[in-house]
Design a protein around this ligand. Structure first.
Ligand SMILES: Nc1nc2c(ncn2[C@@H]2O[C@H](COP(=O)(O)OP(=O)(O)OP(=O)(O)O)[C@@H](O)[C@H]2O)c(=O)[nH]1
Ligand SMILES: [Mg+2]
Length: 188
């Protein structure tokens, strides 16, 4: 790690099945990301929809882990599995995190609701990052907030395959998490 590093923070990357969590951590990580990918089998047919992500052959079964240094701060990124049968891992993964990046796919918006419900249990500040696929129909941020029933949410667009775009999403998340932290401290 660089000598100039002054601090570190842990961030969670969450989202429904196949939204691009592993892709995003892989595109920003400066170390070879830790992945726990397993081949998807026929057991997932009818359970996990591959609509819009037909090229996907593996799924995360435990976590993704990566690291990225921004100026003097190291961010440790922990990705959750998308498949609900592995969600018991969320508690451990969320411990000590300062915020969560919630990746969503507007083509399959409905899949996001269970993730948002699960996220509430962590009480983490979060921002909503729309991972834009080539056939994603775009909506105004307010329409997305309304559809998700999150009137106050910070919403942004990203391309999980693109480092610059994904880093920008993480910077927005850190800024938002720090603002929330300041507000909490001011109240206590
Ligand atoms: N076109 C496009 N494809 C993407 C993008 N992000 C991910 N993909 C593709 O979409 C698929 C899903 O990506 P993953 O990164 O495995 O998704 P995940 O959220 O980690 O999936 P699980 O861990 O199984 O929940 C892969 O085939 C990626 O190559 C994107 O921004 N644009
Ligand atoms: Mg994954």
């Amino acid at each position: 790690m660089a000598d100039t590093v002054a601090g570190s923070a842990k961030l969670l990357v969450v989202g429904p099945f196949g939204v691009g969590k592993t892709t995003l951590i892989g595109s920003v990580s400066e170390i070879r990301p830790l992945r726990t990918e397993e081949e998807m089998t026929d057991a997932s047919v009818g359970v996990d929809s591959l609509d819009g992500i037909e090229g996907k052959t593996t799924t995360t079964v435990a976590l993704d882990f990566g690291r990225v240094t921004l100026d003097d701060t190291v961010l440790y990124l922990f990705g959750t599995p998308g498949q609900q049968r592995f969600w018991s891992l969320w508690d451990g993964l969320a411990e000590g995190a300062i915020g969560a990046l919630v990746l969503i796919d507007l083509r399959r918006l409905h899949d996001s609701f269970a993730v948002l419900d699960q996220l509430v249990t962590t009480r983490l500040p979060y921002v909503v990052a729309i991972n834009v696929f080539p056939d994603t129909q775009l909506y105004a941020d307010d329409e997305v907030r309304q559809a998700l029933a999150l009137p106050e949410a910070v919403v942004l667009h990203c391309d999980a395959r693109d480092r610059r775009s994904s880093v920008a999403a993480l910077i927005t998340l850190v800024g938002h998490a720090l603002t929330c932290l300041d507000a909490t401290e001011a109240r206590t």
